[in-house]
Write a protein that binds this ligand. Structure first.
Ligand code: HEM
Length: 189
């Protein structure tokens, strides 16, 4: 029977995968990639719709991930430790980074929901917060101990290799996106 700590960790790992996919789709959107004219040449495939929904799903998972700890008798987390983990019972620094990442992602999703009120240019500038969020949640994902026992990270553990792989893919794709930029609006011809 998995414990609340196991379920919490799994939700966090799934959230990392969802955000990785979402950032990759965001990068494709920002260079004007057209999946109808190019691979996979499928009509009606809307990158924007996928990107948008992954935002809500990822944010939901990132919310569930620490909240589940409240159901654990061994984790020792109270509601306050989930919202502001500076004094959390274990690993206050990586846990606080996780909370910061959640608030940054919530900011990106909320500003996107109201993006018409900001206007495109200002919204787009705010949307770059997504890169800061990614940097913080990747560090949190590698550093945090899945058993909440304050152990140092094991960088070659399968779960950590998965998070490191996602971080590497996002870093390489971000580099490619900024290299591929053409014209003042950053769209490919
Ligand atoms: C759920 C609401 C969201 C909406 C409606 C949305 C919408 C968009 C749109 C329209 C673009 C393309 C911008 C362009 O044309 O240049 C974009 C790009 C992007 N999005 Fe989102 N997004 C959302 C959430 C997120 C979240 C939560 C993340 C990351 C955690 C994210 C990461 C990105 C990234 C990395 C880009 C590429 C930015 C660039 O370098 O130009 N988005 N998003």
């Amino acid at each position: 029977m998995p414990t609340a700590i196991d379920v919490s960790g799994t939700a966090g790992l799934v959230a990392v995968g969802v955000f990785t996919a979402q950032i990759l789709l965001g990068l494709l959107l920002s260079v004007g990639y057209n999946p109808i004219r190019r691979w996979p040449r499928v009509r009606g495939l809307k990158l924007f719709t996928f990107h948008n929904w992954l935002g809500y799903i990822g944010l939901g998972l990132a919310f569930v991930h620490p909240t589940i700890l409240l159901a654990s008798s061994t984790a020792g987390f109270r509601l306050f430790d989930v919202v502001v983990p500076i004094w959390s019972p274990t690993q206050p620094v990586p846990t606080t980074l996780g909370a910061v990442a959640f608030y940054l992602v919530a900011f990106v999703v909320a500003t996107s929901y109201f993006r018409e009120a900001f206007g495109r240019r200002r919204w787009k500038t705010l949307h770059y917060t997504a890169y800061a969020a990614a940097a913080v949640f990747f560090v949190h994902g590698v550093w945090a101990d899945p058993l909440l026992k304050n152990r140092p990270p094991d960088f070659i553990d399968a779960e950590k290799v998965y998070v490191e792989g996602c971080a590497l893919v996002v870093a390489l794709a971000t580099y490619a996106r900024f290299k591929a930029r053409r014209g003042p609006r950053g769209h490919l011809a």
